[in-house]
Write a protein that binds this ligand. Structure first.
Ligand code: HXC
Length: 259
């Protein structure tokens, strides 16, 4: 990747593309440029056949403390319609390869919504999740009321959205918001290990698997089941399906080609 970024760092760890927010003085508050850079880096990794999975992370103190309040403070509805910041969260939804959020410290407001728009969340013990927009006289605007409720249920989501309750990493794990919790010291390393395991899997099946699971959030069950079945049948047209099943039968590891 040759692009130069101001607010993020990017690197490759094996078949994993790593995007790290780099605006520490503002606790990685999500301004327009940071979001534009993040989505552009993720889209570039998504189009790169050497990459199988992405990790999105911040630093030990903050994943992201929300949308940039200073940038938003004087906005009007018309200005927001003209320059739709929240479209970046929709573009994240369209990334076809798995994206894992590695969350340490604060994941608040738009930061929590960004983590929830990823496919998995791996937390460090210091992670804090919250939708504190009510304290600013607004509500979550990038999926928080919807994705949080789907993840943790109505009772807890209401408490977080109406009253600004934060969840610790342990609570987030117990309520099903995050996949794993690691100590701060090896959190990123463990997330990258998990991401590399996923990235080593059959590339086409991986994308179809993500699409099929996400269908439950997009369509009624009958349509989701039909969609899953079409994707399943479609995978029988790939060389990797023949390879995977032949490798199993011959008791050898599969060698995926991504086609
Ligand atoms: C802009 C922010 C910021 C934010 C922190 N900072 N969060 N700047 N937007 N969301 C800045 C502070 O102004 C400060 O800058 C520096 O980061 C350090 O923050 P402190 O407040 O001094 O740190 P601390 O006392 O440790 O408190 C941490 C905190 C607090 C609890 C996370 O910063 C906080 O409450 N932040 C706002 C969280 C929030 O309300 N998020 C939701 C935003 S609305 P200076 O220059 O003073 O050093 C949202 C809507 C999304 O996300 C809608 C869809 C996109």
């Amino acid at each position: 990747m040759t692009q130069q970024f101001e607010f993020i760092l990017t690197s490759r760890e094996g078949r994993v593309g790593l995007v790290q927010f780099n605006r520490p003085a503002a606790l990685n508050a999500l301004n327009r440029q940071l979001m534009a850079e993040t989505i552009s880096a993720l889209e570039a990794f998504d189009a790169d056949s050497e990459i199988g999975c992405m990790v999105l992370t911040g630093n030990e103190r903050a994943f992201a403390a929300g949308a940039d309040i200073k940038e938003m403070a004087n906005a009007t509805p018309a200005a927001m319609l003209d320059n739709p910041f929240i479209d970046y969260w929709d573009r994240l939804r369209k990334i076809s390869k798995p994206v894992i959020a590695a969350v340490s410290g604060f994941a608040l407001g738009g930061g929590c919504e960004l983590a929830m728009a990823c496919d998995m969340i791996v937390a460090s013990e210091s992670a804090r999740f919250g939708q504190p927009e009510i304290n600013l006289g607004v509500i979550p605007g990038a999926g928080g009321t919807q994705r949080l409720t789907l993840a943790v249920g109505k009772a807890l989501a209401m408490e977080m959205v109406l009253n600004g309750r934060f969840l610790s990493a342990d609570e987030a794990y117990r309520f099903g918001l995050v996949n794993r919790v690691f100590p701060v010291e090896n959190h990123l390393e463990e997330t990258l290990k998990l991401a590399n395991e996923i990235a080593a899997r059959a590339p086409v099946a991986l994308r179809m698997a993500k699409e099929a699971v996400n269908a439950i959030f997009e369509m009624p069950l009958a349509a989701g089941l039909a969609h899953e079945r079409r994707l399943f049948y479609m995978l029988f047209s790939t060389e990797d399906q023949k390879e995977g099943m032949e490798a199993f039968i011959n008791k050898r590891p599969a060698n995926w080609q991504g086609r």
